[in-house]
Design a binder for this molecule. Structure first.
Ligand SMILES: *Cc1c(COP(=O)(O)O)cnc(C)c1O
Length: 394
């Protein structure tokens, strides 16, 4: 018999009833140290006082009005985002997937308005852009697309990191190129700065628009407000979600004036996107994260974390292979099966998240403390020992 919850997830037998900072409290009272943060969503941890305040204040005033009317919080957050980035304009969504949908529509409309037949979108193997028809067609992996055809046409996948294939794929038929500056689901794989620069050049040469998907790597996770800032290049369009809502469903598409030029009144919309509750939280998150001192602290803590993780990997060569990633978007490439390590970490009341390429992801709240980082490494060490013991007895 089918469960009453559609069984698309293999869920761990854990039910959390409360959160405090980097901690999640299980129904049975156990306190889990949360290095998953809702998959990079709870950027400021659980129940951050500023976010609780923002959402309760707004909840007592106004939850929802249609986008048929002006929403002051939306104007405020759009101003914050355009001020802090390359972008001239912002559309608010409820998720990363919805941001993907708009990004695809936006680039196709751009070329339509120019009177050019350019609809091809170049994406990369191992990419993840969501679960909608456009998003799975872009990622192209069989795991996501099998059985869901016919797929939305016009997407081309290039092997991640293959420079020659990339330059061959980007032509004067290309509408846009989409890439995660740090692949998340793909296994925490940063794109080298040189490659992002090279992509920008290829797009400039051919006129193709460049889309950065910063849904997972954005909002301070890599130690800059957005990951692409490290490479010193900017996209034409950027997708944001996850961390920007701090746990409230919120996403956004940021674009230059030129890239957005086709999106006139009536060409796109959202019932909930940019609603007052989401905007209250988004503004509160941005106030904290888009701050040089906050980001400097994130970088400092991450440096110490990484050093400890290098030691952990060296101490457990049969379990771990390497540390990868950037700042607080970290991955441990495993030698043991990654899901076994995640399960062993559950046993040590520590939450991590598996990714492709046999990696476990460490995406703690950006507010994690030095003591909590030390505690996390202690628990990872015990989890690794448990995996080693299991291997010996197997
Ligand atoms: C999570 C994610 C998405 C999809 O976002 P949802 O909010 O789950 O729809 C898109 N792109 C990347 C890089 C992501 O990590």
């Amino acid at each position: 018999m089918i469960p009453s919850i559609l069984p698309t997830y293999n869920r761990a037998p854990l039910s959390f009833v409360r959160g405090e900072g980097a901690w999640l409290i299980e129904e049975d009272g156990r306190r889990f140290l949360d290095l998953g943060a809702g998959i990079a969503v709870n950027a400021l941890g659980h129940a951050h006082p500023a976010l609780v305040q923002a959402v309760t204040d707004q909840a007592s005033k106004l939850w929802h009005v249609s986008n048929l009317y002006r929403i002051p919080g939306q104007q405020e957050l759009a101003d914050r985002l355009t001020e802090a980035t390359f972008a001239d304009t912002v559309f608010f969504t409820n998720s990363g997937t919805e941001a993907m949908e708009l990004a695809v529509k936006m680039v196709r409309k751009y070329w339509y308005e120019k009177g050019e037949d350019r609809s091809e979108i170049v994406a990369f193997t191992g990419a993840f852009h969501g679960r909608s028809s456009a998003a799975i067609a872009a990622a192209g992996s069989e795991k996501m697309t099998k059985g869901f055809g016919p797929l939305l046409p016009g997407f081309i996948q290039v092997p991640f990191g293959d420079h020659d294939a990339t330059s061959a794929a980007i032509t004067d038929r290309t509408a846009a190129v989409i890439i995660e500056p740090v692949q998340g689901e793909g296994g925490i794989i940063p794109v080298p700065d040189q490659c992002l620069k090279g992509l920008r050049d290829l797009c400039d040469q051919t006129g193709a628009l460049l889309i950065f998907d910063e849904v997972q790597c954005g909002m301070g996770r890599t130690g800059r407000l957005f990951a692409h800032e490290w490479a010193g290049v900017t996209p034409d369009i950027m997708m944001v979600a996850k961390g920007i809502g701090g746990g409230f469903p919120l996403g956004a598409v940021l674009a230059t004036e030129a890239a957005a030029s086709g999106m006139t009144a009536g060409t796109h919309g959202s019932t909930y996107g940019g609603n007052p509750l989401a905007m209250a939280v988004g503004n509160a998150v941005m106030k904290i994260v888009a701050d040089d001192d906050f980001l400097a602290e994130v970088n400092r803590k991450a440096g110490a974390f990484r050093q400890k993780l290098e030691g952990l990997v060296a101490a457990h060569p049969d379990v771990f292979e390497a540390v990868r990633g950037q700042c607080l978007m970290l991955g441990l490439k495993c030698k043991a099966t990654n899901t076994d390590v995640v399960a062993a970490a559950y046993g040590e009341t520590l939450l991590t998240v598996p990714a492709a390429d046999n990696v476990i992801r460490l995406l703690p709240p950006l507010t994690i403390t030095d003591d909590e980082i030390a505690e996390a490494v202690t628990r990872l060490d015990r989890a690794a020992q448990a995996v080693e013991r299991a291997k010996e007895t197997a």
